[in-house]
Design a protein around this ligand. Structure first.
Ligand SMILES: [Fe+2]
Ligand SMILES: [Fe+2]
Length: 380
């Protein structure tokens, strides 16, 4: 694939890396010290250096329980046609027949061939630098999926109603699937997996530690708004077509707070309380240095990090307003301020910067992903 590179300031890219490394040592050091003295350190039992949860991979357990449960997941629409469920019918008969006619050994062999062929395709389509850039960007979401899994499991305990619990249960299942599948996709690039950056660490730990339903803002609006934008931005890249499915799931997850608060609205005090609003703004802040940190790898992929940042702001503020987390019109103000910041960054660091309205743009190129987002945001 031919990728038109973006010209960015090399000095700024270096500074961004150094600042991140210093922040990383400081933030993790602080959490370790707190934990050592019996306080609250890192909350997630997650080992980002090894891209594993604490306790290791234990793939056998995944195959025996998770894979099997999904395989045997029956559809109520088929087996209880009298119910209100519209969860779809089983596999297409031809695909099912072909798969069932293979022995276990044949199936394993065909899997192995497919994975070798896939790795070959990635190596052919992208240069080493492009593969490293893709992994760096995808990993920002990869580690986020681990937290999405943890956070949705906690929110499941906090929501009211059977319907909301059923909805959250499916999100937990989907986040588990996202984590394990994205991990395999990222590993197929064969370039190693970077640790969580300081900014992701800060952002995701804050979301996991947020009070009660503020987690719905931190995760379903903010983190999944970012994930939606990144999946939409990369889904047209060769070999990454599966990201359309992730994108579709995330679009559903971002709509969850809107639907939940329609039934159980946030009380007015929750919405306008300055302390609460400040806390929510605090959750957003680490996303700003994250944009600068990802500038160099995104440029390698022909994507302007500032355009991605602008597109995320637009989506996240729209979702926050629709769910009732923020008053109408507040997103526009925040969008304009951050746009001014992005332009200031561009004129300071880039050789030929021209003012742009990043907060009005969009980085989703894939037609299918675009259609999904049009539906999500048309209602706004
Ligand atoms: Fe996810
Ligand atoms: Fe999600």
């Amino acid at each position: 694939m031919h990728i038109e590179k973006i010209e960015v300031g090399r000095r700024a890219a270096e500074v961004n890396q150094v600042v991140e490394r210093v922040a990383n040592v400081a933030i993790r050091g602080l959490d370790d010290t707190r934990a050592f003295f019996g306080g609250h350190g890192r909350k997630a039992r997650y080992d980002d250096a090894h891209y594993e949860f604490v306790g290791g991979e234990r793939d056998a357990l995944r195959r025996k329980h998770y894979d099997k449960s999904l395989k045997l997941l029956w559809k109520a629409e088929k087996h209880a046609p009298w119910s209100t469920f519209l969860d779809g019918a089983d596999d297409l008969p031809l695909v099912k027949m072909a798969r069932e006619s293979m022995t276990k050994a044949e199936r394993a062999a065909s899997k192995k061939l497919a994975s070798k062929e896939f790795k070959g395709r990635l190596a052919r389509e992208y240069t080493l630098a492009e593969r490293q850039a893709l992994v760096k960007v995808l990993c920002a979401i990869g580690h986020g999926e681990a937290y999405a899994w943890l956070v949705s499991a906690e929110v499941l305990a906090d929501v009211q109603s059977t319907g909301a619990r059923a909805a959250l249960t499916m999100q937990v299942v989907e986040e588990a699937k996202h984590f394990v599948v994205l991990r395999e996709l990222i590993k197929a690039f064969d370039v190693g997996v970077p640790r969580q950056s300081a900014w992701e660490y800060l952002l995701l730990e804050q979301v996991l530690k947020a009070d009660g339903l503020d987690k719905l803002f931190g995760m379903n609006v903010l983190v999944e708004g970012i994930a939606l934008s990144i999946f939409g931005m990369l889904a047209h890249f060769p070999g990454l077509e599966i990201l359309r499915l992730f994108h579709l799931d995330e679009s559903r997850h971002t709509a969850l707070p809107v639907n939940y608060f329609k039934e159980f609205p946030l009380d007015r005090w929750e919405r306008v309380n300055p302390l609460k609003r400040m806390k929510r703004l605090n959750l957003v802040l680490p996303a700003i240095p994250l944009v600068f940190y990802l500038e160099a790898p995104l440029a390698e992929l022909g994507i302007d990090a500032l355009a991605l940042g602008g597109s995320v702001i637009r989506k996240v503020t729209q979702l926050a307003e629709r769910a009732g987390f923020e008053p109408r019109g507040s997103g526009e103000v925040l969008g304009m301020r951050l746009n001014a910041l992005f332009n200031a960054y561009g004129s300071l660091t880039r050789p030929h910067h021209q003012h742009r309205d990043y907060h009005l743009g969009d980085t989703t190129r894939d037609a299918a992903a675009r259609a999904v987002e049009d539906e999500v945001f048309a209602a706004a």
